[in-house]
Design a protein around this ligand. Structure first.
Ligand SMILES: O=C(O)CCC(=O)C(=O)O
Length: 266
């Protein structure tokens, strides 16, 4: 493993987060900004006749952009990011969610309450079971409403007091085009945007296979099984819950067959 990667992984382990700069180009950032705003707008129009976006705490969140646009689908397997996820979660993991988060100036975002991403789960976990690769589409700093984090809090079983958070909470500092990785058990929140422009982020939560996806991704993809075995696994097709005994036995059959073939070839 190269030294730069080792340093990032050490930071992530000890602090709970690390910033990797220069992952996306200027052109990509401009394009992603347009695409996320467009997808959010489509979803807003689809949702508003049924649910109020503020009541559902869904304002300014573009859910699952990868089902609308191949750019986002391909980003799930970004070769600049996936080696980190593999180093953290091993070879078998899934995408739990991909979401665009838009923070308007002077508007409180629904994700601005301190939380862990495995919501309401106050346990600590070693080894790590879930990691977020959060792409900064615009500059992230204390003025623009960067994500706020409580470093090391992925190691505490309880939510730190507001006094502690006030003293030790920080805003991520990362130029547009960076990705910051964080342990999703770390307390974090969307910051307040006191600048004049939008703050846009794109969150990717990768987890061990036994954590439920935010939405049923195979169903979102109309159960069209991806040809690439890695993408098939990532999207959750290898960890579907069998719906009946025969399906379960098919899973067992494949596992035992694979095991027998492996031991035969050793
Ligand atoms: O928008 C942010 O900075 C953080 C978003 C967040 O809290 C989340 O995705 O869980």
């Amino acid at each position: 493993m190269e030294n730069k990667m080792k340093q990032h992984l050490e930071e992530l382990d000890i602090l709970g987060y690390t910033v990797i700069e220069d992952v996306l180009t200027r052109e990509e950032l401009e394009m992603v900004t347009v695409k996320i705003k467009h997808i959010y707008d489509l979803q807003r129009k689809e949702t508003e006749p049924f649910f109020d976006l503020d009541t559902t705490e869904e304002r300014n969140i573009a859910r699952a952009p990868f089902i609308y646009d191949d750019y986002f689908y391909n980003l799930l397997n970004n070769p600049k990011v996936i080696p980190y996820i593999k180093a953290l979660l091993g070879d078998y993991f899934i995408l739990q969610a991909q979401n665009g988060v838009i923070v308007e100036p002077q508007l409180v975002h629904s994700m601005s309450k301190w939380h862990r991403d495995l919501s309401h789960q106050n346990f600590v976990c070693d080894p790590i079971i879930a990691v977020n690769a959060f792409y900064c589409i615009t500059d992230f700093n204390a003025q623009t409403g960067a994500t706020m984090l409580v470093p090391h809090s992925h190691k505490t079983k309880y939510q730190p007091t507001s006094e502690y958070i006030e003293k030790y909470g920080i805003s991520v500092n990362a130029p547009a085009g960076s990705v910051f990785l964080f342990n999703t058990m770390m307390f974090h929140r969307t910051g307040s945007n006191v600048s004049n422009g939008l703050r846009i982020g794109l969150s990717h939560m990768y987890t061990k296979y036994f954590i439920k996806q935010q939405m049923d991704i195979p169903a979102l993809l109309d159960f069209k099984v991806p040809e690439d075995p890695f993408i098939k696994m990532l999207m959750g097709f290898d960890s579907l819950v069998p719906t009946n005994i025969l399906e379960y036995r098919k899973v067992r059959y494949d596992i035992v067959k694979r095991r027998t073939q492996q031991s035969g070839s050793e």
